[in-house]
Design a protein around this ligand. Structure first.
Ligand code: SF4
Ligand code: SF4
Length: 375
């Protein structure tokens, strides 16, 4: 009998049973898989769908998939995808009306789809989900319906990448809550298994259908050691405690001109960011005038049109748009939602085509302040 807060052992050759137990409860399982030379998030049903034996090398503007020398199931950092695209959909119909006689009738656009199970979510992305919850749960019924039903199986990071800085942002590498189950992979010469932390009653009910055994103190120590290893490999750091005031003091800093000379305003950083939520709306009416729809799609504060207001763009230069993005992420987000908008996942650094690094930009402003003072 397992219960929330208990920890058990699952042998590697029984990992399929956890996927089977989740699927038997009617969930659509989304997890990491290899496609187009990257690790992406997609539907999975078999353990073989996971990136077994693969790892990813990441750096500023650099991502490479490589073979590992072992058969680790979660021996990678992660790709551009996160659960964002399944909870806050890239395109969604907000409402639809059809003509009926002399009036109109609203049609229910919420499709009753299968509940989602996210398999292999890292600690930074758990924090990103709870940040997006603050944005969407109070106002977005579609997001709320998907989120309330979602099951989360986290994976504790045993390695960190060159662009990771979750430790600086207080969001990792160890997941401490907001999951139904959390797996730590232990790969030894003679044995390959997972320490499973049960986070919720729902997680406990799944484990009732999975053959497992009690965890020994030595297993728990090995799981903690995996987190310490990830912590020691953290590729980047950011001094986050006073970053809000630092950026508010430096709204006219020359570093914004410097980064604007490099930034292509391509919007990659916002699309891969698991917390960014800019969107735009479009209304469409069919030619007969009998039916009209309002659709929402992802947008970006790097797009010129996104800041169009009453006859003009309020952020017409790349400098203004980069400054808006970074200052929102690290400073004004705190005033708006009571949390940083950055979880230190490093995706914006990896997937920026010119390798712009948010940690380096903050550091450049901080160091120039130290050199020149802040008056
Ligand atoms: S910072 Fe990089 S990824 Fe973001 S808009 Fe500029 S060039 Fe594109
Ligand atoms: S700003 Fe960059 S590092 Fe921070 S959460 Fe977004 S993608 Fe990750």
């Amino acid at each position: 009998m397992v219960s929330p807060n208990s920890k058990v052992i699952l042998e590697r050759d029984r990992l399929q049973t956890i996927l089977d137990a989740i699927r038997a409860q009617g969930f659509r399982i989304l997890g990491p898989t290899v496609r187009d030379e990257a690790i992406i998030y997609d539907d999975i049903s078999r353990v073989e769908d996971l990136p077994i034996g693969w790892t990813d090398e990441q750096g500023a503007g650099r991502y490479r998939l490589c073979k590992r020398s072992d058969q680790a199931v979660f021996g990678f950092i992660g790709g551009a995808h996160s659960s964002k695209q399944f909870l806050f959909l890239p395109r969604e119909m907000i409402w639809k009306v059809v003509r009926e006689g002399k009036g109109f009738r609203f049609v229910d656009t919420q499709r009753d789809s299968a509940p989602l199970a996210f398999f292999g979510v890292r600690s930074c992305d758990l924090h990103a989900i709870s940040i997006q919850d603050k944005v969407f749960m109070p106002v977005d019924p579609g997001y709320r319906a998907r989120r309330e039903k979602a099951l989360i199986v986290a994976v504790q990071c045993g390695l960190a990448g060159k662009t990771c800085f979750c430790a600086s942002m207080g969001t990792g590498p160890r997941a401490t809550g907001d999951f139904d189950l959390a797996l730590t992979e232990i790969l030894e010469k003679q044995r390959h298994y997972f320490v499973v932390e049960i986070g919720t009653q729902r997680g406990a009910e799944i484990m009732e259908h999975v053959s497992h055994q009690a965890a020994a103190a030595s297993d728990l120590e090995k799981a903690e050691a995996a987190t310490r290893r990830a912590l020691s490999q953290m590729g980047r750091t950011m001094e986050a405690s006073d970053v809000k005031d630092l950026l508010y003091r430096n709204y006219e800093h020359p570093q914004w001109d410097d980064v604007a000379r490099r930034c292509l305003t391509c919007a990659n950083c916002t699309l891969v960011c698991p917390t960014c939520f800019c969107s735009s709306l479009e209304d469409a009416t069919d030619l007969s005038g009998d039916q009209s729809e309002r659709r929402r799609q992802w947008d970006s504060c790097f797009n010129l049109e996104h800041s169009y207001l009453h006859g003009g763009n309020i952020r017409s230069s790349p400098k203004a748009r980069y400054r808006q993005w970074m200052t929102h992420k690290l400073a004004t987000w705190q005033d708006q939602f009571g949390t940083s908008g950055c979880v230190g996942c490093g995706r914006c650094i990896t997937w920026c085509p010119v390798g712009i690094d948010i940690t380096a930009e903050v550091r450049a402003i901080r160091e120039s302040e130290k050199r020149h003072g802040n008056d």
